[in-house]
Design a protein around this ligand. Structure first.
Ligand SMILES: C[S@@+](CC[C@H](N)C(=O)[O-])C[C@H]1O[C@@H](n2cnc3c(N)ncnc32)[C@H](O)[C@@H]1O
Length: 210
């Protein structure tokens, strides 16, 4: 391999040109001490939402709405995004971003609560897309719930799946790394899923439910 992969990664992350709506959502994320999805992940989410033609999407980990705006921009005009976060300040910032993006209020359902409590209350096989970007220790539960929530043909998207390049090194046993390694294995070994790992951002694990 001739070129440095990290140079290509930085190049790819630098390609998406973001507008003022996403820039302001990123500023609010920063002020709240949150790590929003990277530029590359935001662009990928818009493409994935558009290509999946999803009508119903769920996000765990709203933050200040960077990923939510990216998803809404790919989803169809009648699609609804349900997004879950226990922090009311994060949800308030996200609502501002959704309004600024011009998305009608009835296209987003913001739910204040923990993913562990809210996801089990959502209907089986009723969603086309599930995006996970929240507390890492709960990822295995969110993946299980996500698979239950997805329709056949639905798409599961897991952010930070390479955990800052630590997942690939078996000697690293930090809690978040161990959890994300487990999540990768769960997804790969689940016969009901077709999966792929993209190196975008901090690793974007994709899986389609058969
Ligand atoms: C990395 S930020 C999400 C960033 C957001 N996806 C974006 O790109 O703008 C993680 C979010 O997960 C939320 N969170 C923490 N624990 C959670 C839980 N148990 N259930 C759902 N969300 C949780 C945090 O409040 C925080 O807003």
């Amino acid at each position: 391999m001739s070129a440095d992969k990290s140079t290509s990664w930085s190049y790819a992350e630098g390609l998406p040109v973001e507008d003022d709506v996403l820039r302001r959502a990123r500023e609010r994320s920063h002020e709240l001490g949150l790590f929003a999805v990277t530029h590359g992940v935001a662009a990928a989410l818009t493409v994935l939402a558009a290509s999946s033609k999803a009508q119903t999407a769920v996000e765990v980990g709203t933050g200040a709405g960077v990923s939510g705006v990216a998803l809404l921009r790919g989803l169809g005009p009648r699609a609804v995004l349900t997004t879950i976060d226990p922090d009311v300040d994060h949800l308030k910032a996200a609502r501002e971003a959704f309004i600024e993006s011009g998305s009608p209020a009835n296209r987003t359902r913001t739910i204040s609560g923990r993913g562990q409590d809210v996801l089990p209350r959502l209907t089986d096989a009723a969603y086309d897309l599930v995006f996970i970007d929240a507390d890492k220790p709960s990822y295995p539960d969110y993946v299980e719930q996500g698979i239950r929530l997805l329709k056949s043909g639905g798409l599961l998207v897991i952010n930070d799946a390479l955990d800052k390049d630590r997942v690939s090194d078996p000697a690293i046993r930090e809690t978040s790394t161990v959890v994300l390694r487990k999540v990768g294995k769960m997804v790969r070994e689940n016969d009901s899923l077709i999966s792929a790992m993209l190196p975008t951002g901090d690793g974007l694990l994709l899986a389609v439910k058969r």
